[in-house]
Design a protein around this ligand. Sequence first.
Ligand SMILES: CC(C)(COP(=O)(O)OP(=O)(O)OC[C@H]1O[C@@H](n2cnc3c(N)ncnc32)[C@H](O)[C@@H]1OP(=O)(O)O)[C@@H](O)C(=O)NCCC(=O)NCCS
Length: 230
Amino acid sequence: MIELNAWDSDFFGRKIGSARVIASGAEADAMLSEARERGFSYLVIRLTPSDIPAMQMLESRGFYTSDVGTVWQHGLQKTAPPGILARQGTNDDNTIVRQIASGLFRDGRFYRDPFFLREEADRLYNTWAENLLKGDADKFFLIRDEGFIACELSGITGNIVLVGVSAGHQRKGVGTELVLNALAWFKESGAETVTVRTQAVNRGAIALYEANGFRLKGIDITMGRIVERD
Ligand SMILES: CC(C)(COP(=O)(O)OP(=O)(O)OC[C@H]1O[C@@H](n2cnc3c(N)ncnc32)[C@H](O)[C@@H]1OP(=O)(O)O)[C@@H](O)C(=O)NCCC(=O)NCCS
């Protein structure tokens, strides 16, 4: 019933698992027993807004809302050419990327969920950005030392994994230029659609995607449960 989130467990040093959506209280109780037996410290479940009965049942079992996400999609039919050519990030950009990412992703779910410490969330986004630069992303673009965007491509589907512009350079078009570079690269690489997920509270990211031709594709709700020991 519970799948181990190996990367997260390793990173946070606590056993973290994902559970599939369940409907009945009896199933939730069985899942919590399994979590205790297998030594999980935290469980996460991702639902859709139509799963309200399941959410209410999960709340009665100690789950809480950890995140509300929005997924955006671009059809790549119409894309504007970038005005600034972004450069490909290299391992030498490690310090720049860490500086940009530092304290930037405050709308991210790890800052809002009480299971995670603030220092852990800081470390997570810095490490994530660095890993993307060092090869976890299929393409990693930078504009000067001001912003970066990480892209992944699977067949004809592109995904923007992470985009960030350092606080002092925001609202000057850098985010737009990063997105335009990413869209041009996705198109050249044979993608037919590009998706990106961001928190529903992230007004800046939502404004950026809407202004650049993305349309809302879906909403998801993440619920968390801290599993206390008996
Ligand atoms: C989201 C982010 C990358 C946008 O970068 P940016 O360089 O500020 O974006 P731009 O200047 O190109 O702005 C694009 C559009 O969004 C709007 N916008 C940007 N930030 C906004 C905000 N906080 N509130 C409202 N609108 C905003 C701009 O006005 C612009 O709209 P317009 O073209 O109609 O004028 C940047 O705010 C950021 O790094 N945020 C923190 C990290 C983050 O949350 N990343 C996304 C999650 S993966």
